[in-house]
Ligand binder design. Structure first.
Ligand code: GDP
Ligand code: MG
Length: 176
């Protein structure tokens, strides 16, 4: 069985690479204060209990304000094409921005499940922004702090919800 694929999308600096590393359990992706540092895309494999799936971290070579719309389009189209589930990461410390809406307008068209991951919720003060994100119009929202590893367990539980277990895969392949 092909492992399910989960892709992280969102504007630069929201914490995609930080969350990628939490899911994969290793520091594979580069976390940077400078936006747009994850080059192209990085693949990893996440394991959670009896489940396993691929994770794609996307970035852009150049995500300056002038090229944002083009770069993000490539990133989101790739996620829509390749992923079974999409994690749309937003920054809870900043609240909604117009660039979040650019991503949203592309994602709202896909039939694939989208989980909105509100990251950087490590400060009580940030919780004020929480409800603003519901305006994005998706069904599923998770508050996390990638940096503190808060909410990641619940997020993983949601990610694997309709996936098949490794055990089920092996059974199908005749291994067990
Ligand atoms: P990306 O550009 O979306 O891949 O974002 P990164 O993972 O590279 O993170 C961008 C910046 O946000 C870095 O300085 C991280 O240390 C910081 N960051 C990531 N997750 C959190 C978080 O949960 N809380 C806070 N306060 N900062 C975070
Ligand atoms: Mg990154």
């Amino acid at each position: 069985m092909k492992k399910p694929v989960v892709a992280l999308v969102g504007r630069p600096n929201v914490g995609k690479s930080t969350i990628f590393n939490r899911l994969v359990g290793k520091k594979v992706s580069i976390i940077e204060d400078t936006p747009g540092v994850t080059r192209d895309r990085i693949y990893g494999t996440a394991t959670f209990y009896d489940y396993t799936y691929h994770v794609i971290d996307t970035g852009g070579v150049d995500l300056s304000e002038d090229t944002f719309n083009n770069e993000i389009k490539v990133q989101v189209e790739l996620a829509i094409d390749e992923a079974d589930k999409i994690l749309f990461v937003v920054d809870g410390s900043e609240g909604l921005t117009s660039n979040d809406y650019v991503v949203r307008d592309m994602l709202i068209k896909t039939d694939k499940p989208v989980i909105v991951v509100i990251n950087k919720m490590d400060n009580k003060h940030f919780k004020e922004h929480m409800y603003d994100f519901y305006e994005l119009g998706f069904d599923t929202y998770f508050n996390v702090s990638g940096e503190q590893n808060d909410g990641i367990y619940d997020l993983q539980t949601e990610i694997i919800k309709d996936f098949q277990t490794i055990i089920a895969d092996e059974y199908e392949e005749g291994i067990v």
